[in-house]
Ligand binder design. Structure first.
Ligand SMILES: NC(=O)c1ccc[n+]([C@@H]2O[C@H](COP(=O)([O-])OP(=O)(O)OC[C@H]3O[C@@H](n4cnc5c(N)ncnc54)[C@H](O)[C@@H]3O)[C@@H](O)[C@H]2O)c1
Length: 318
C-alpha cells in the first residue's frame, strides 16, 4: 500500500550493527521513516539507543532467515555478521543468513514493490589474482575453506538478486563493500582497525599476522554511507554490482604505526602466523562509482582513525 505522506518508509536489516546504525541515522536525518530490523547477534541496542526517541524510528527484533511482512518503499539488506570471528562462530547460520535472508527480503520487495539494496562484499573476489579489483573480476574463492560460509553466502545472495531482477523485474542495487571502519565497530570482532586501536589503548602489543606487508584499503564509515545513499538514488535498471571502498592502500605495518602514533601508545608489535585463506592484497577499483555518481572517499585515514580512536576511548576507556 502506498505511504500516506511523502516520507519514504525504509527498512534496514542489520540496522543495529556498525554500518546499519550509521545508515539509520543518515536516513532519519534525510526525513525518512526507518524500520530497523536486527536479531542482535553482533549488533546491539546501544548502537541505536540515541535514535529510540525519534518517532520516525522503529526497532524490531527479527531474524531475517524467517519471512518478514511489513509495508516499505525501500530495503537495505545489511543483516549478516561481517567479521571472521563472528561469521565462523556458526558458519551454517551465516550461510542461512545470507541466502535465506536474501530470499526473504527479495520476496518482501517483490510483494510490496520496493527497491532493494544488497550489502555485498569485496570477499566475493576471494584471494584475488587481479589488482585492483574491478566489478568484472569473477573472483578466486575457496569453496570449502573456513571463509566460504561468508564468501559463498554473499556470492549466492548476489546471484539471487540478479535472478529476481531478471525473472521478476525487481528493482535491485548491489554494492560490494571493501573494509570500512569507524565508530561503533564491534570491539571484539578481530577486525584489524578495532583490534589495533584497542590493543594500543590498552598498551598491549599490536598483533600483526605474517610479516605485515599484506595490504588493505580502509574506508571511513561516513564516506561509505554517502555511497549507499547515492547508489540507492540512481535510476531503476542501474543494478551494480558496484565497488564502494577507499582505494588508498596501506600495509598492516603502516596501519599499526599510525595507530600507535595517534593513540600516543607505548605498544610494541607482535607477529603471529597468517590464518588460512587470508588475502595478500585487496584494493577496490572505484572507477564505476566515480563515473556513475561522482562518489569517492573524502576522509583521510589519519582523520578517520582519530574519530574512531576518540569513540573507543570514550566508550571503553573513560
Ligand atoms: N564493515 C565492513 O567493512 C564490511 C565490508 C564488507 C561487507 N560488509 C557487509 O555490510 C553489512 C553490515 O556489516 P557491519 O560491518 O555493520 O557488521 P555488523 O556485524 O556490525 O552488522 C551486522 C548486523 O546484522 C545483524 N544480523 C546478523 N545476522 C542476522 C540475522 N539472521 N537476522 C537479523 N539480523 C542479523 C547483526 O546483529 C548486526 O547488527 C554486512 O552484510 C556485511 O557483510 C561490511
Amino acid at each position: 500500500m502506498p505511504a500516506l505522506t511523502n516520507r519514504k518508509r525504509v527498512l534496514v536489516t542489520g540496522g543495529a550493527g556498525f554500518l546499519g546504525s550509521h545508515l539509520c541515522e543518515r536516513l532519519l536525518a534525510a526525513g525518512n521513516d526507518v524500520l530497523c530490523v536486527d536479531n542482535f547477534f553482533t549488533g546491539s541496542r546501544d548502537n541505536v539507543l540515541h535514535l529510540l526517541d525519534n518517532p520516525h524510528f522503529e526497532l524490531m527484533r527479527h531474524d531475517v532467515t524467517f519471512p518478514l511482512y511489513v509495508e516499505v518503499d525501500e530495503i537495505y539488506n545489511l543483516a549478516c555478521p561481517a567479521s571472521p570471528i563472528h561469521y565462523q562462530h556458526d558458519p551454517v547460520q551465516t550461510t542461512k543468513t545470507s541466502v535465506h535472508g536474501a530470499i526473504n527480503m527479495l520476496g518482501l520487495a517483490k510483494r510490496v514493490g520496493a527497491r532493494i539494496m544488497q550489502a555485498s562484499t569485496s570477499e566475493v573476489y576471494g584471494d584475488p589474482a587481479v589488482h585492483p579489483q574491478p566489478e568484472e573480476y569473477w573472483g578466486n574463492v575457496n569453496t570449502t575453506g573456513p571463509r566460504a560460509c561468508y564468501d559463498e553466502g554473499k556470492r549466492c545472495a548476489e546471484t539471487l538478486f540478479f535472478d529476481y531482477h531478471r525473472q521478476h523485474k525487481l528493482d535491485i542495487k548491489v554494492i560490494r563493500i571493501f573494509n570500512t571502519y569507524g565508530p561503533r565497530m564491534h570491539p571484539n570482532d578481530g577486525r584489524v582497525v578495532s583490534n589495533f586501536i584497542i590493543q594500543a589503548l590498552k598498551g598491549e602489543p599490536i598483533t600483526i599476522y605474517g610479516d605485515g606487508q599484506q595490504t588493505r584499503s580502509f574506508c571511513y564509515v561516513d564516506d561509505l554511507i554517502e555511497g549507499f545513499l547515492r547508489f540507492m538514488d540512481t535510476p531503476a535498471g542501474v543494478t551494480g554490482p558496484i565497488n564502494l571502498g577507499n582505494p588508498g592502500e596501506f600495509t598492516m605495518l603502516e596501519l599499526a604505526e599510525k595507530v600507535i602514533r595517534l593513540t600516543r601508545s607505548a605498544s610494541t608489535i607482535a607477529h603471529k602466523p597468517l590464518p588460512q585463506d587470508d588475502p595478500k592484497q585487496r584494493r577496490p577499483d572505484i572507477a564505476k562509482a566515480r563515473a556513475l555518481m561522482e562518489w569517492e572517499p573524502a576522509v583521510p585515514l589519519d582523520e578517520g582513525l582519530e574519530r574512531t580512536i576518540a569513540y573507543f576511548r570514550g566508550r571503553f576507556f573513560s
